[in-house]
Every structure is written in structure tokens, then in C-alpha cells.
Design a protein around this ligand. Structure first.
Ligand code: SAM
Ligand code: SF4
Length: 465
């Protein structure tokens, strides 16, 4: 692919045109698109634009219903859980919405030592977490980028009781190709980075200084990551900075670009909404707020547009919004999160946090709630550890074979959690859910799952297919 198209893959004119043409679409056109969307083969940019313009309550209801069906068909009732691990809030950038921005004096700065990171991870492991998202501001202590690599090593080295972290994803500043290679060698799962906004003028207005001000350096990060051999990448937008309809079309263009260039699109899309943050006026007054209805709508549209791409919702959303969006398309959530470095071991250092959390509940409570809603909490890390990443994952996912692997793996990791970490009440709710889920599975899959559950109950751990 020519270099020029790398720079031009966010084509604002194409987005504007799609949106203006979509405005006049009638209900017939919307229903036609929903019928196609129900086939779970994804949608084109103009089709996404038409769905973004839907406001009629009846059509909106049909959109939500179609998203629920596609979500259920592909992902069943599974929900993957993870916890963020903030290792440092040092930052050289001036992103107006973030508490970690360089000029903010209201936040206590710290980067965790390896000993402190170990302590944080031990706490997460003791809660039952198996998947961690490592997060840092865009400036490292003296060792530079090696600090991130050492921290990853520290996380994976922790063994506590019957647990350990089995997959570590990373959300750190964009890197050079060579650094991405080292990140891959360190054994990361997904490399995650949000463009924040794909709208250049807005991007420049909210990123005042530091390396992050360079829109193109950030936009090209996933290309460099993939060139370096990282094939699970996670993109995202910080909703509230610019018009959400523009942003989801731009997300589509980013996904389309990666798919064309590397044969595989993003592994996940994250949908953070701007939340209040200490020392940031913008965070409390989003320039383009996204209402709850619009937020549900954008999740539903993304689910239909890229059916096989995971959608990640963070702890930033309230428990109510989380349960509503699970049904519409969200496939991964964070739980029990702290967004300040050292936040798991020293809960009082809240003033070092990145933003306020919408959901403060501990993991056990989130799990009980999720299970009560009929969703199976999953700590599965099988694909990544069996090398089913990038194209291999998509090959497995697309024909629907995913269910034969993911459902049993979800149950076996959930069973582990219930035996090793759950409160008696959560265990009761969870065991009932496992029985119900087995009953809903196709017979051969249920039999395989049953065998795995028996191994876990007999004391084996980390059982997966
Ligand atoms: N420093 C790196 C960067 O900016 O990409 C990685 C870590 S940064 C803490 C992770 C993400 O937090 C950002 O990409 C941004 O989307 C999100 N974030 C920052 N301020 C936020 C706020 N007030 N509300 C919600 N999310 C926010
Ligand atoms: Fe720094 Fe990232 Fe926050 Fe920007 S969003 S101030 S780069 S931590």
C-alpha cells in the first residue's frame, strides 16, 4: 500500500458525505440495512451513517433488537473481565481532559517501583483477576521505555495462591517499530491506543503540547505495531470531544485501513466517555456530550458494523449503563478498577486518580451482578496463549466456531473463580448460572465443557481448549 494512503485513511470528506446523504434515508432503507446487519457480516460506511441518523423510536427499537440478536449469536452470554493497572501518572503531554496532563498541579505524581507493582498485582490476583491492562502516562522514570518492559516482566512473574495474571494488555504512548518489537517479545496480549478524536481540528484544540499533539504519529501507531508483529490491536475514541457520529465512521475507516493493509482489523474497540477528572474543566464539560441514548445507540451500531471485534466498556460507566450495553454489544468490561498508581494497595491516594469512576464496586460484587443478569463472567486467556491471534483468531471467530471454544473456556475460568475467590453468595448465584449455561449449549459442547468443569472441581487450574 502506498505511503500516501497511510496518511489519508481518515477521509473527512467521505465521512461528511456519508452523513449528509444518510440524513434523508427513509424507514425502508433503515430496515433494509438492519436485515443485512442481522447476517452478522458487517456494514459499509454509508450504512453505518444511515443507522447513526436513526431517531424514530420504533426504528431505534429495531436497531437495538438487531444488535442484541447479533451479540447473542456471536458472543452468547459471555463477558470477559479485566482490571487496569496504572503504573505511573508522570506525563509530558497537555491533554485538556486528563488529570495526568503535565501542567496539572492538583495531582500527586508517582511511578510505582517494581516492588509496588508486585504488591498491586498480588492484590489483583487475590481478587481473582487473570487479565490486566497496564496503563501509564506518556513519560517514564529514568529507565525510559525499559520501565514498561520491566513492569510487564514483574506482572507476569507474580504467582500468588492458585493464581497469576495470564494475559497482560498494554495502553501506553505510541512507540517506534523497534520498541513495538520489544513489547511483543515481552509477551503482551493486545496493544491498545485511543485516537481520542479522529477530527483533526478538535484533536489540535484539546492536545496543547507534548508529543501527543502530533495527530499523525498517533494515527500511525497501529500500523507500526502491526508491522512489528503485534497482531491484536485495540483502537478507541474518547466520546464527548467531537460528534460521535463522525467518530464511529472514522473508527470504521481505521478498521478498514488495517484490514486492507494487514489482512486483519482491530481486535477490540474501546468506547470511553469523558468523565470528570481532577484539574480538568473540559472533563466536566464535554464539548460534545454523548447522551445515554446516543451511547447505547453507538454501541449497538458498532456491534453491527464490526460483529467480530470485541467492544470494551470501562469502569467509567455506571452499573446501569453497563448492564444495558452488555446486551447491545459490549463483550469486555473492567471491574473493581482503580485509576491511580498504587490504588489497589493504598486506596486513600484517590487524588492521584486519572478520572472519577462510575462504578466503585469490588470484583466479587460486579461478578454477582453480571451473573445475576444471566451473563457468564469469563477470565479466559486461551486464544492468546495458543497463538490464536490476529488472522488466526478471526478465522476461528468468523464461522461461529468461537462458541465451541469460548463457552467452555468461560465456564471453566468462571468455575475457578467461584472455587478460589468468590463469596458464598456469589458462588451460589454462579453455580446456578453454570448449570443453566450447560443446559443451553449444544450437546457435544456441553459434554466437553462438563469434562473441563470436572477437572477444575478436582483441583486442576488453567483448563482451556
Ligand atoms: N498516556 C497514554 C495515552 O494517552 O494514550 C495511555 C494512558 S491514558 C491514561 C488512557 C486513556 O485514558 C486515554 O487514551 C484517554 O482516552 C482516557 N482518558 C483520559 N482522560 C479521561 C477522562 N477524563 N475520562 C475518561 N477517559 C479519559
Ligand atoms: Fe498523559 Fe495520556 Fe493523560 Fe494525555 S491522556 S495527559 S498522554 S496520561
Amino acid at each position: 500500500m502506498a505511503e500516501a494512503s497511510l496518511e489519508n485513511f481518515i477521509d473527512e470528506a467521505e465521512i461528511e458525505q456519508a452523513l449528509s446523504r444518510a440524513a434523508g434515508a427513509g424507514s425502508g432503507r433503515v430496515r433494509e440495512i438492519l436485515t443485512r446487519a442481522a447476517e452478522a457480516k458487517g456494514l459499509s460506511l454509508p450504512e453505518v451513517a444511515v443507522l447513526a441518523e436513526v431517531s424514530d423510536p420504533e426504528l431505534l427499537g429495531e436497531l437495538f433488537r438487531t444488535a442484541r440478536e447479533v451479540k447473542e449469536r456471536i458472543y452468547g452470554r459471555r463477558l470477559v473481565l479485566f482490571a487496569p493497572l496504572y503504573i505511573s501518572n508522570l506525563c509530558a503531554n497537555e491533554c485538556l481532559y486528563c488529570a495526568f496532563r503535565a501542567r496539572n498541579r492538583k495531582v500527586q505524581r508517582r511511578s510505582l517501583t517494581q516492588d509496588l507493582i508486585r504488591r498491586e498485582v498480588e492484590i489483583l490476583v487475590d481478587q481473582g483477576q487473570k487479565r490486566v491492562l497496564l496503563v501509564a502516562g506518556e513519560s517514564y522514570p529514568r529507565e525510559g521505555f525499559d520501565y514498561v518492559l520491566r513492569s510487564i516482566e514483574t506482572v507476569y512473574a507474580v504467582k500468588k495462591g492458585r493464581g497469576e495474571i495470564r494475559r497482560l494488555n498494554v495502553n501506553v504512548a505510541p512507540l517506534e517499530i523497534e520498541e513495538f518489537r520489544r513489547l511483543k517479545q515481552a509477551g503482551i496480549g493486545t496493544y491498545q491506543l485511543f485516537q481520542e478524536t479522529y477530527h483533526r481540528p478538535t484533536y489540535l484544540a484539546v492536545h496543547l503540547s507534548g508529543k501527543k499533539r502530533d495527530f499523525d504519529w498517533r494515527l500511525g501507531a497501529m500500523d507500526r505495531a502491526m508491522q512489528a508483529g503485534i497482531d491484536d490491536v485495540g483502537i478507541g475514541v474518547l466520546f464527548g470531544l467531537f460528534d460521535w457520529r463522525f467518530e464511529i465512521l472514522a473508527l470504521m475507516q481505521h478498521a478498514r485501513h488495517l484490514e486492507r493493509r494487514f489482512g486483519v482489523g482491530p481486535h477490540t474497540i474501546s468506547v470511553p466517555r469523558l468523565e470528570p477528572a481532577v484539574g480538568s474543566d473540559m472533563a466536566s464539560h464535554p464539548p460534545k456530550p454523548v447522551s445515554d441514548v446516543e451511547f447505547r445507540k453507538l454501541v449497538a451500531i458498532l456491534r453491527l458494523a464490526v460483529p467480530y471485534t470485541g467492544i470494551i466498556l470501562s469502569t467509567r460507566e455506571s452499573a446501569k449503563m453497563r448492564s444495558e450495553t452488555f446486551a447491545l454489544g459490549v463483550s469486555q468490561i473492567s471491574a473493581g478498577s482503580r485509576t491511580n498508581p498504587g490504588g489497589y494497595s493504598e486506596q486513600e491516594i484517590e487524588q492521584a486518580a486519572q478520572f472519577s469512576l462510575g462504578d466503585h464496586r469490588p470484583l466479587d460484587e460486579v461478578i454477582r451482578d453480571v451473573a445475576g443478569l444471566g451473563y457468564i463472567p469469563s477470565f479466559c486467556t486461551a486464544c492468546y496463549r495458543l497463538g490464536r491471534t490476529g488472522q488466526d483468531f478471526m478465522d476461528l471467530a468468523k464461522p461461529g466456531a468461537i462458541k465451541a471454544h469460548c463457552d467452555p473456556n468461560a465456564l471453566s475460568t468462571f468455575q475457578e473463580y467461584l472455587l478460589d475467590y468468590a463469596s458464598p453468595e456469589t458462588r451460589r448465584v454462579g453455580e446456578l448460572l453454570i448449570e443453566r449455561a450447560l443446559g443451553d449449549m449444544a450437546k457435544p459442547v456441553a459434554q466437553a465443557a462438563q469434562k473441563m468443569l470436572e477437572r477444575v472441581r478436582a483441583g486442576e487450574r488453567d483448563v482451556y481448549v
